[in-house]
Structures are given as structure tokens and as C-alpha cells.
Design a protein around this ligand. Structure first.
Ligand code: ATP
Length: 367
């Protein structure tokens, strides 16, 4: 089932009436293709949960429309939208067993959808098998690990075979190892069921690793919608470039003069056809090549050997923010006693943004 958002906006009135309304979701226009897993990604307060609540009907839109397939569901109540919901805190019923928790959504089915007890049990078992908790059916939630509880919550959301599955930070309460495991599970389950799924997270790595499409959001505005690799390789603005990638992208204050990009007084790249202006020059950590003839000189602070690769930590007067981190191959022979390192830069790992608008300036080398 595809999901279409059309000029969808949600405003919350400010408690202080003299202050303007909070626009949590600002004019969202996009289509979530049928059967895909899409991630809503952004920092706290950017409107991810509000967008999800609008899609499932727990919040009413201020304006705009929501379609599931061809049907307009904007004013359809949540229980009639055919959505499955999973929250961060599992929200299982503590006094019910795993089986009873999973069966719960089936109990209230009415009319020709009404199921007998044995049909409900069969469906619960089928779904439990899908999320691999069928051996835990008689346990209470308190007798399960966090990861198992989250699987029960996913099974409960799936048991009615929803048209759309909505996951709101479903991994945040799990420890690092379980988070990794559960996110792979979610991807597997989503693939197996083919249910259009919307996954809310503030964790870029999570979004990058399992989604088909990422919607990057900031303060209620969509910044970019693309495949994960495309968002990483081709950010539309400085915010997106900084939000994706660990270690974070390195940002320098620079300048374009006579079609050449400068960091400090070192010319680092051509910018053919681009007019003179102040810019941010952002370089991914893997974009630096140690090179005696390189054009960028930085002050060496430390070298961290990480096994497979090496991190060079350095400073530079034009850096906007913390130390520079360059990731290079562990095979390279680096002179650790030197005060400085010279780098040449991989053009496809360098992005240039206008200093005022922070929007990307496309260079010839970007094509
Ligand atoms: P988080 O990751 O912290 O959960 P989020 O991206 O999910 O954040 P939302 O919860 O959607 O963000 O909130 C978006 C904005 O709307 C925030 O500025 C928040 O303070 C505001 N907001 C959310 N719910 C309400 C409400 N009921 N009344 C007023 N403002 C609200």
C-alpha cells in the first residue's frame, strides 16, 4: 500500500499566546512507495513523531491530506486505517502472556472479520513464528529480555496484517548489540511481509542501514528525500551533510575566488563557473589522502590506529567546529613525529555550501 502525503501540515498553538504556533510538520509532500521501508530521520523535536501520529490518525492534521493507496484517510479514525504501531517502550500488557498480548488486537474484530478462539491462536502463533518468539508464548512480559519484548510488540502490531506498519524509535531501549540484531530482524520481517513501513529514528546509522528511503527532517521541514547512499554521497545542504556519517564530516570556512576554492590561503580545488563568495567546504573523513604534494596543510594532533584503518586527528585555523578526523588506510606509512600533514582531497568526498544559505554549490566535479 503506497502512502501519499499532500501538503500535510500540523501546527500546535503555543502555550504563550504571544508566541507564534509551533509548526511541527510543515507542508510535507511525498509518496512512500508500496512495500518499502522508509526512515524519518532528524534530531529531537524535528517533527518525526508528529508526522507518524498524523499518518496513523492519533493527531489531526491542521491542513493537507493523507492517502493510503487511492483512498483519502485524512479524516478516518486510527482504528479504521489498518495501521500497526510499535513504540519505543513496547507498551505490552504486563498481566497477559505473550500469546494473549499478540492476540489482543484480534479480540475486538467485529462482523465478518470476527475470529474464533482457535483462529486467533493460529494467527498469533503464525505471527510469533515470523518474529521468532513462538517458544515464549506462555511467558509474561516481565520474564522476557528487552529485545524479546520488542518482538512481541512487533508481532502484536503485525497480527492484523496492517496495510502500513509504523515504528517510533523501536530500538532506543535496547542495548547496542540487541539494537543491531533487532534492526536486522525488522528489515527481514519487513521484506518477508512486504508491508509498507515507516521507521522513526534520530540515529543516522540505523536509518542508513535498513531503510530503502530516508526523509531527513529539521524543525518541521523536509531537507532531503533519497536513498540512504545518495543522501550520504549527495547532501543538498550543510545540515544533511553534517547529520549523516560517523565520524562527522569535517567543515572548513573557505572562499571561492577566481573560480578556485581556498581553505585559508591554500587553493584546494577548482570551482569552474562559480562566482566569488564565502563558503563552507565539507570533507568526509575518508576524503583525505596523505600526500606530500597535497594542497591542504593541517597541524597533526594524534594518530589513532583502529586495526583496519587509521584516524588522523588534526587541527586547522579554518575548521568550523572540533578537530579534523581523517580516516586513511592502516597500511600507509605516516610520520607521526611531524608537526603537520599535507593532504590532497578526493573530489567526490568534498561538498561546498554557500555560507549564508548553507545550500550546496554544485561543482563540475560533482557530475
Ligand atoms: P523526539 O525525537 O524528541 O521524539 P520528534 O522529532 O519526534 O522529537 P515531535 O515530538 O514530533 O518531534 O515534536 C515536534 C515539535 O512539535 C516540537 O517542537 C515539540 O515541542 C512540538 N510538539 C509536539 N507535540 C506537541 C503538543 N501536543 N503541543 C505543543 N507542541 C507540541
Amino acid at each position: 500500500m503506497k502512502v501519499v502525503l499532500e501538503e500535510l501540515t500540523k501546527k500546535f498553538p503555543n502555550r504563550n499566546k504571544k508566541e507564534p504556533d509551533v509548526i511541527a510538520v510543515n507542508n510535507f509532500n511525498f509518496e512512500i512507495p508500496d512495500g518499502k521501508l522508509i526512515g524519518l530521520l532528524g534530531p529531537s523535536g524535528c517533527g518525526k513523531s508528529t508526522a507518524l501520529k498524523l499518518i496513523c490518525g492519533l493527531e489531526k492534521a491542521t491542513s493537507g491530506k493523507i492517502f493510503f493507496g487511492e483512498s483519502d484517510v485524512t479524516n478516518v479514525p486510527p482504528e479504521k486505517r489498518g495501521v500497526g504501531l510499535v513504540f519505543q517502550n513496547y507498551a505490552l500488557y504486563p498481566h497477559l502472556t505473550v500469546k494473549e498480548n499478540i492476540m489482543f488486537p484480534l479480540e475486538n474484530l467485529k462482523g465478518d472479520k470476527k475470529l474464533t478462539k482457535s483462529q486467533m491462536e493460529e494467527k498469533a502463533l503464525e505471527t510469533a513464528k515470523l518474529v521468532q518468539i513462538d517458544d515464549l508464548m506462555e511467558r509474561k512480559p516481565s520474564e522476557l529480555s528487552g529485545g524479546q519484548q520488542q518482538r512481541v510488540a512487533i508481532a502484536r502490531a503485525l497480527v492484523k496484517m496492517p496495510q502500513v506498519l509504523l515504528l517510533d524509535e523501536p530500538l532506543s531501549n535496547l542495548d547496542a548489540r540487541l539494537r543491531l540484531q533487532t534492526r536486522e530482524e525488522i528489515k527481514r520481517i519487513q521484506k518477508e511481509t512486504g508491508i509498507t513501513t515507516i521507521f522513526v529514528t534520530h540515529d543516522q546509522e540505523e536509518a542508513m542501514s535498513i531503510t530503502d528511503l530516508i526523509v531527513v527532517m529539521k524543525k518541521g521541514f523536509i531537507q532531503q528525500i533519497d536513498k540512504p547512499q545518495e543522501v550520504y554521497d549527495n547532501p543538498t545542504n550543510l545540515f544533511v551533510a553534517k547529520f549523516l556519517g560517523t565520524p562527522q564530516i569535517n567543515v572548513f570556512l573557505g572562499e571561492i575566488k577566481d573560480e578556485i576554492i581556498y581553505i585559508g590561503n591554500e587553493p584546494i580545488m577548482d570551482a569552474k563557473g562559480v562566482k566569488d563568495q564565502e563558503v563552507y567546504v565539507a570533507v568526509r573523513p575518508e576524503g583525505f589522502i596523505p600526500d606530500e604534494k597535497g594542497s591542504l596543510t593541517v597541524k597533526l594532533e594524534a594518530v589513532e590506529v583502529m586495526g583496519r584503518d587509521t584516524t588522523i586527528i588534526a587541527t586547522h585555523e579554518a575548521l568550523d567546529g572540533s578537530n579534523l578526523r581523517a580516516i586513511v588506510s592502516a597500511d600507509l606509512d605516516l610520520d607521526r613525529n611531524s608537526d603537520t600533514v599535507k593532504f590532497s582531497l578526493k573530489p567526490n568526498k568534498v561538498f561546498v555550501f554557500n555560507k549564508d544559505t548553507e545550500m550546496r554549490i554544485r561543482l563540475e566535479s560533482d557530475n
